[in-house]
Design a protein around this ligand. Sequence first.
Ligand code: AMP
Ligand code: TRP
Length: 329
Amino acid sequence: MKTIISGIQPTGNLHLGNYLGTLAKWNEYQTEYKCFFPIVDLHAITAGFINKETFKNNIYKSLAAYLATGLDPKKSIIFQQSNIAEHCELFWILSNIAQMGKLNRMTQFKSKSPENQQHAVLGLYAYPVLMAADIILYNADLVPVGEDQIQHIELTNDIIGSFNHHYQENILKNIQPLLQNSSKRIMSLRNGENKMSKSEESDMSRINLTDSKELIHKKILKAKTDLYYNLDQDLDKRPETQNLVNIFSSLTKESEIDIQKQYRSQGLKKFKQDLAEIIIEHITPIGKAMNEYYNDKNYLDNILSNGKSKASEYAERNLNNIKNIIGMI
Ligand code: AMP
Ligand code: TRP
């Protein structure tokens, strides 16, 4: 059975981009693969330390989202990354393989660092190496992520290649991204050039999984579009409208061409109204379940504690294996 790992940073409300880009598929993998789903809080602190209560609550929120979208702690290993110390230990080992020249090419570092690069923290720069450690620690084969993470997967394979080459053994397995072919990157509702993200200031730029019906409706009707009346003209030059068609198609599984045909004579307003209804139908049940899980902290604590003991078994064994090859033990 192949192994899968994927995680989301607990940095606030999860949104439609997280859902369509990755979460929506995770529950389907559970029967076919051995699955590890960490809540990657060590990655979250690369964006800066925050209030203690908010930090803890963000972890609960992410866990609630994992459960509400169908992850089952009986089938998958769901845990908090910082509970397993081996992530940091392997990170350090890999830091001595990962080359700065490769890290310099990572676009996420560039886009997330402050304007004055001298103020960017080491953790943000080293972030992809910690991600490589997450993946290698569980001997994963496949990593389901959104398109924006491909660079990090390639870096992980580079590190694996260098390690294997040095020790002349095929000890670490190459990994593959598992992209969802149905949905590309979901973009901001305010600017079709930026991805939908938790960190964009305006809440109108994203659909959060916990948004109410009314709010979803308002956000979609106010979503930026353009001066064209129809959907079937020059869509490739209209990033905001293209994004809405992509969301429609990802949720309904209808092809973009069919959607364009369907709305040819109906105009953008009708399209937006229907899109809002489709999003509401998919998202509000998830939001409701998230709130229910979020309010049961005992249950959530229990899942994290079980996840910790299960994950640590694998982490300990695999790290020891690597340390053995290096000659540390
Ligand atoms: P993050 O919110 O950056 O921790 O991302 C968690 C997961 O959601 C990753 O696999 C990302 O690739 C995916 N993701 C985040 N934002 C988007 C987006 N706007 N469109 C598609 N996938 C996304
Ligand atoms: N870097 C990923 C993101 O921002 C999150 C992540 C951390 C991850 N470790 C991982 C994803 C390991 C897959 C596997 O979305």
